[in-house]
Design a protein around this ligand. Structure first.
Ligand SMILES: Nc1ncnc2c1ncn2[C@@H]1O[C@H](COP(=O)(O)OP(=O)(O)OP(=O)(O)O)[C@@H](O)[C@H]1O
Ligand SMILES: [Mg+2]
Length: 590
C-alpha cells in the first residue's frame, strides 16, 4: 500500500473560485478533458461488469448445468478484459496529457507575467520566494496532475460504480456493506488528518536538521576552536529528537491504520458471507450474486484508501495554485498607456527631469529635482553614496514613475511613450554587463535581433574588440555560458557596450559602468566607451575622477538635490563639496 508524504495546514479560502480560475486557464482543454473522462468511464464500467458476468456464469451456467452459458460468460469476460485493458491505457495517457497541457500553460503564464512585472514589484519580492513559486509550487501541482488526477478520477468512478452495482444487485446486502465501508471512510479520514500534520512536522524538522547539520559542518573550525563540540551536538540532538518524534507520530498512525483496514476488509467479507450465505440457503439470493458481491467488496477498499491519500495531494496543489494566482494578480504599476506615442526614427536625445519628486517607499529620495541634458551632451552625475544617482538613472529608464513631475525625452513624457520606442531611444549599461546563455553573437544583437554578422563585425571593429572576438575559440559562435562566467568583468562590459552600440540608441545611461574593473581593463573599456558615446547623449554616473574630467558637464547630487552644476574645472573652482569629493577620489587613486 502506498501513502503519500504530503499534508499540513493549507488555508484555502475560496476553493470554488480557485477551481473556476484553474478551469479558465485550462479552458482550451475542455474537449480532451471530456474525452479523458469518457474513456475512463468506459474502463471503469468494463471492470465493474466483470463480477456480474462471473455471477451470471455461476447461476445460469454452473447452477443450471448449462455448458453454453458458461462458455458465453467466459467469452464475455475475456472481451470485457480486452476493453478494459485498451481503455485503461488510453485513459491514463489522456488524463496525463490534459494535466501536462494545463501545466504547460500555467508555467508560461507565470513566467511571462514575471518578466512583465516592474521594478517596484521586484524591490519587494524575494527572489527565493519567486523561484519557489516556479519550482516547489509548480512541482506540487505537477505531482497531483501526474499521480493524483488519474487516481482521483479512476477511484472516484470505481467507488461510485461499485456502490451502484451493489445496490442494483441486492439492496439489503449493499446496506450491510455500506455500514462497514462507512467505518473505513471514517478511520481513513482520521488517519489522513493525523498523518498529514505529522508529515508537515517531519518536513519542517528535516529543514531544521539540515540547517543544523550544515551550520555544524561549515562552522566546524569555529566549533572546534572554541571547543563547542558538546553544546553543538546537544543543539543538533534537540532538533534530531524532534525529527524522530514527528516520524514516530506518523509511524504510530500507520501502525494502527493498516491493520484496522485489513480487519474491516475481512470483517466485511464475513458479514456478506453470513447474511448472504443465510439468504442463499433460504433461496432468497442466488449464489452468483453472492460471489459477485464478494468480488466487489475487494474493490471497495482500495479506492477509498487511495482517495483519502489523493485528497492531501489535492489540498497541497490547491494551496500552490492559490499562491501562483496571487503572483499572477500582482499588477505592474509602470504600464504602457493604451495607444501610446511613438518617437520618430531620428531622436535628438534631449533629456529632462522636471520638478521630479520620487521615493521608493514613503520617504522621498528625489525632491523637486530638475535637470536638463541637451542632446549630445556627456553628463557626469556624481555624489556620495545614497545621494540618489542611480535613482536618476532608473527614472530615465522608466523603471519607476515619479510621484510628481515628469521625465522627458525630446519633450515627450516617458509615460506617454510606447515601451519599445523608449527602449530603442535609451540604453542602460549597468555596472555588471549581463550576458545571457547563448552565443556571443546572440548576446551582441540582443537589442537588435535582426542584425547580420556584417553589422556585428563593424561594431566590433569600431570598438576595437574585433581582435579579441577573433581570438576566441569559436569567434562569434563562442558560447557565453551562464552569465558569461567564461569572460572577465571587462570583457562582459565590452560585450554590453557592443550590444548598446549595435542598438544605436540616442541616449546611453551608464551606472558606474567601469567601477568593477581593474585599471588596465578600464582603459580598454574607456576607449570603447568613447566610441560608443560619440554623438549621443550620455548620462554617466561616475565615481572616479577620470569619468568626471572627461564629461562635458558635471552635476553633483546630494540628498536628492542638485547642489553643483558646471564643468569639472568650474566645480573644482567653485564648489566646496565637489572639492571634497575630488579630494577623496585623489586619495582613492593614490
Ligand atoms: N529599491 C529601493 N527601495 C528602497 N529604497 C531604495 C531603493 N534603491 C535605493 N533606495 C534608497 O534611495 C536612496 C538613493 O539611492 P541611490 O541608489 O539612488 O543612491 P546612489 O547615489 O546611486 O548611491 P551609490 O553611490 O551607493 O550607488 C538611498 O537612500 C537608498 O537607500
Ligand atoms: Mg548607485
Amino acid at each position: 500500500m502506498k501513502y503519500m508524504r504530503y499534508g499540513g495546514e493549507y488555508e484555502i479560502e475560496d476553493r470554488a473560485g480557485l477551481l473556476r480560475r484553474a478551469g479558465r486557464i485550462g479552458r482550451h482543454l475542455l474537449r480532451p478533458a471530456l474525452w479523458a473522462f469518457t474513456i475512463t468511464l468506459v474502463a471503469t464500467v468494463a471492470r465493474l461488469l466483470g463480477p456480474v458476468v462471473v455471477g451470471r456464469g455461476i447461476d445460469d451456467g454452473i447452477a443450471a448445468q448449462d455448458k453454453n452459458a458458461i462458455t458465453t460468460a467466459a467469452v464475455i469476460y475475456l472481451v470485457l478484459l480486452g476493453v478494459q485493458y485498451a481503455s485503461q491505457r488510453v485513459s491514463q495517457y489522456a488524463i496525463a496529457r490534459v494535466g501536462e497541457q494545463f501545466l504547460l500553460r500555467l508555467r508560461s503564464r507565470v513566467f511571462s507575467h514575471l518578466t512583465r512585472l516592474d521594478m517596484p514589484f521586484y524591490d519587494n519580492a524575494k527572489t527565493g520566494v519567486l523561484v519557489s513559486r516556479m519550482t516547489a509550487d509548480i512541482e506540487s501541482i505537477t505531482e497531483f496532475v501526474n499521480e493524483g488526477a488519474v487516481l482521483a478520477l479512476t477511484n472516484a468512478l470505481t467507488t461510485i460504480g461499485v456502490a451502484v452495482a451493489m445496490m442494483v444487485l441486492d439492496m439489503q446486502l449493499a446496506l450491510a456493506v455500506f455500514v462497514v465501508i462507512g467505518m473505513v471512510v471514517l478511520i481513513s479520514v482520521l488517519f489522513q488528518r493525523t498523518v498529514s500534520t505529522a508529515y508537515a512536522r517531519v518536513r519542517e524538522s528535516i529543514g531544521r536538521v539540515l540547517a543544523s547539520l550544515q551550520e555544524g559542518l561549515t562552522g566546524v573550525r569555529v566549533v572546534q576552536a572554541f571547543t563547542q563540540e558538546g553544546p553543538q551536538s546537544a543543539n543538533f540532538g534537540r532538533v534530531n529528537e524532534r525529527y524522530f518524534e514527528a516520524n514516530m507520530t506518523a509511524a504510530r498512525a500507520i501502525s494502527w491504520y493498516f491493520p484496522a483496514i485489513n480487519f474491516l476488509r475481512t470483517a466485511g467479507i464475513a458479514v456478506v458471507l453470513f447474511i448472504g450465505g443465510t439468504r442463499v440457503i433460504s433461496g432468497d439470493l442466488s449464489f452468483g450474486v453472492l460471489v459477485a458481491f464478494l468480488l466487489y467488496l475487494n474493490w471497495f477498499f482500495e479506492p477509498i484508501i487511495n482517495l483519502a491519500n489523493v485528497y492531501n495531494l489535492f489540498q497541497a496543489s490547491l494551496a500552490a495554485l492559490a499562491k501562483l494566482f496571487e503572483l499572477l494578480d500582482a499588477k505592474p504599476k509602470v504600464v504602457e498607456r493604451p495607444d501610446p506615442d511613438r518617437l520618430p526614427d531620428a531622436v535628438a536625445g534631449e533629456l529632462a527631469l522636471e520638478d521630479v519628486s520620487f521615493g521608493y517607499v514613503e520617504d522621498l529620495v528625489l525632491e523637486d529635482f530638475s535637470l536638463v541634458v541637451p542632446a549630445g551632451q556627456r553628463l557626469a552625475v556624481v555624489g556620495e553614496t545614497g545621494a540618489g544617482k542611480s535613482t536618476v538613472a532608473k527614472l530615465l529608464m522608466r523603471f519607476y514613475d515619479p510621484q510628481r513631475g515628469r521625465v522627458t525625452i525630446d519633450g515627450h513624457d516617458l509615460r506617454d511613450l510606447a515601451f519599445t520606442s523608449r527602449a530603442r531611444a535609451i540604453a542602460l549599461i549597468p555596472q555588471d554587463g549581463f550576458l545571457f546563455d547563448g552565443s556571443l553573437r546572440d548576446n551582441l544583437r540582443y537589442a537588435r535581433p535582426g542584425a547580420d554578422d556584417q553589422a556585428i563585425w563593424d561594431v566590433c571593429r569600431a570598438m576595437g574588440i574585433d581582435g579579441w572576438v577573433r581570438s576566441l575559440p569559436d569567434g562569434l559562435d563562442t558560447e557565453v555560458r551562464e552569465r558569461g562566467s567564461r569572460f572577465s568583468a571587462g570583457e562582459r562590459q565590452l560585450v554590453a557596450l557592443g550590444r548598446a552600440f549595435l542598438a544605436d540608441p540616442a541616449v546611453v545611461v551608464l551606472d558606474e559602468a567601469t567601477s568593477n574593473l581593474d585599471p588596465e581593463t578600464e582603459v580598454q573599456v574607456e576607449g570603447a566607451l568613447r566610441i560608443v558615446l560619440a554623438g549621443r547623449t550620455a548620462v554617466v554616473i561616475a565615481h572616479r575622477l577620470r569619468s568626471a574630467e572627461r564629461a562635458d558637464r558635471v552635476v553633483m547630487v546630494d540628498a536628492g538635490r542638485v547642489i553643483a552644476d558646471g564643468t569639472h574645472d568650474e566645480l573644482v573652482a567653485t564648489s566646496r563639496e565637489y572639492q571634497a569629493l575630488v579630494e577623496v577620489w585623489h586619495r582613492g587613486v593614490a
